[in-house]
Design a protein around this ligand. Sequence first.
Ligand SMILES: Cc1ncc(COP(=O)(O)O)c(C=O)c1O
Length: 391
Amino acid sequence: MPIDIAQARRDTPAADKILHFNNAGAALMPAPVLAAKLRHLQLEADTGGYEAAAAADDQIEAIYDSIALLLNADRAEIALVENATVAWDMAFYSVGFAPGDRILTAEAEYASNYIAFLQVARRTGAVIEIVPSDAAGALDVEALERMIDPRVKLIAITHVPGNGGLVNPAAEVGRVARAHGILYLLDACQSVGQMPIDVAAIGCDMLSATGRKYLRGPRGTGFLYVRRGVLDRLEPPFLDLQAATWVAPDCYEMRPDARRFENWERNVAALLGLGAAVDYALGWGLADIEARVTTLADELRRLLAEIPGAIVRDRGRRRCGIVSFTAEQKPARELVTALRQQRINCHASGPDSTLLDATARRLPDLVRASVHYYNTDAEVARFAAAVAALV
Ligand SMILES: Cc1ncc(COP(=O)(O)O)c(C=O)c1O
């Protein structure tokens, strides 16, 4: 069913005050998310933090069910953490690497992930190898297949890279990983919330995501999915009394479920906001969200491409709500600042966030305009007109 835009905007307090095309940075929280967060903060102020958490126990447990439903996973396969980076790191640093083990990744891999690859390669002697891109710019699945051998320990790629609208073929990669029994870690930080994500259909073993981007949740929230079948092959890089129980002076037992990747202290109000955000997204339906988001983004690309001197930089056959572009005469950061003065939000993305891709394509800073379903055709037109007047 098409999304009721008027309702979506009524639910979004700032929708008529700012033009927000920074949904891949941090989307605007809808009212139910803000309410869930504020309600719990008030309860903490009124009753105490531990007491408020105890009172909200059922709601906290329900977050695991909501995320499991969002991903087509089981609640025991979900861990709640501080952000997508912590989620990804907990998964990645759990894999034991030996000299010569191969880590396969894609050209547009995110900086934090690649820095972790480099650190682990230095420590262990594992090697990082880049799967080439196809002619359209996405990971080339046939090239991946040709690179597989018994030394491949991990395939770790980003679903939607930080610097553009490309959607990597996550499920095709999953088929290769499954066929060869290779661990597969998917960074879905920018895809969750803007398209359906089904971990069974994708075939990943681990998936990381954040709350604040397309899910429209609070900042400082994230989650990790770990497939039950691989849990016992992964040793979390650190354990606390939430992840494990100290059962004897010289002995601890790890939790049997994915919560072994969590730690005890948490921002309960923010997590309840995350749960509300997931329920809210499920209420609209992820397929309908994707249809709306891609329609708006395609129109924005079309309008920007008509502006003399503007170059749309997105690649890939399948694209999403992120639109990246440059202007020949105006550096991205200047353009973003000038737009901000008109209450138009977008983001400048530097080459160092996706260094390999940016170097290969000789990219300068990019303007990243990311639309969501609560945005309108009129906003798309206004954004393009504002850019045209500035470049
Ligand atoms: C592809 C990708 N992965 C991971 C992250 C990190 O997410 P977080 O800031 O929630 O740790 C980002 C943030 O921009 C991202 O673009």
